[in-house]
Design a protein around this ligand. Structure first.
Ligand code: 5SP
Ligand code: FE2
Length: 220
């Protein structure tokens, strides 16, 4: 069963609690929380305070995608805020192994993410240590961008390594996911689909999630 992780970046921030309850009732599996610092990416979003304030509004795991420099400095605060998964960018983590261990020491699942221009080989050595691998199919920073197809080959390669090394991490994909692109990712081996605008920019979130689930089942 494919998991759906609505990205609250495209939600109405003036009523985040009800937006999150809406997608939970609509059948979401994770709540994807995009954290941006205006340095690693050219946008600023939310910090641990907001993560902590949305936590009581949902039973779903908070899937925290850190797009920030100096992640080590903020990881304890996001763990304290109630994150279930914290994912850090390889490109922003000079001591990636140490950062992954720091996340795990907080009792939180640890993920690693790569940008569209980063070769998948860059995360090969960290695979035995992570619970989740996130492949970006847009340049991080904004919702509503177009899908960059080079991520498909990376999903396939990570899925091959998972099998070859007998590992159990989840493969997540993020950026431009909709009913046209979701199946390309799940056919390649993705288990978790992040979708922001395709879910939150619609009136009927249940229909949007059902449509994405149906689209990945279609036989070509
Ligand atoms: O991390 C990011 C963007 O940096 C994503 O999680 C976006 O929020 C996805 O939005 P859509 O492309 O699905 O609209
Ligand atoms: Fe994200």
């Amino acid at each position: 069963m494919i998991k759906i992780a609505p990205s609250i970046l495209s939600a109405d921030f003036s009523k985040l609690g009800t937006e999150i309850q809406d997608v939970e009732q609509a059948g979401a599996d994770y709540i994807h929380v995009d954290v941006m610092d205006g340095h690693f990416v050219p946008n600023i979003t939310i910090g641990p305070l907001i993560a902590a304030s949305i936590k009581p509004h949902t039973q779903l795991p908070l899937d925290v995608h850190l797009m920030i420099e100096n992640a080590d400095h903020y990881i304890p605060a996001f763990a304290e805020a109630g994150a279930s998964i914290i994912t850090v960018h390889q490109e922003a983590s000079p001591h990636l192994h140490r950062t992954i261990q720091l996340i795990k020491q907080q009792g939180v699942k640890a993920g690693v993410v790569i940008n569209p221009a980063t070769p998948v080989e860059m995360i090969r050595d960290i695979l035995p240590d992570v619970d989740l691998v996130l492949i970006m199919t847009v340049n991080p920073g904004f919702g509503g961008q177009s899908f960059i197809p080079s991520g498909i080959k990376k999903i396939e390669q990570v899925a091959r390594w998972r099998k070859e090394y007998d590992l159990a991490f989840e493969i997540e994909v993020d950026g431009g996911i909709n009913t046209d692109t979701a199946k390309l990712c799940t056919d390649a081996g993705a288990d978790v689909l992040v979708a922001g605008s395709a879910i939150f920019k619609t009136q009927n979130r249940q229909q949007a999630i059902t449509d994405i689930r149906q689209s990945v089942k279609k036989v070509d």
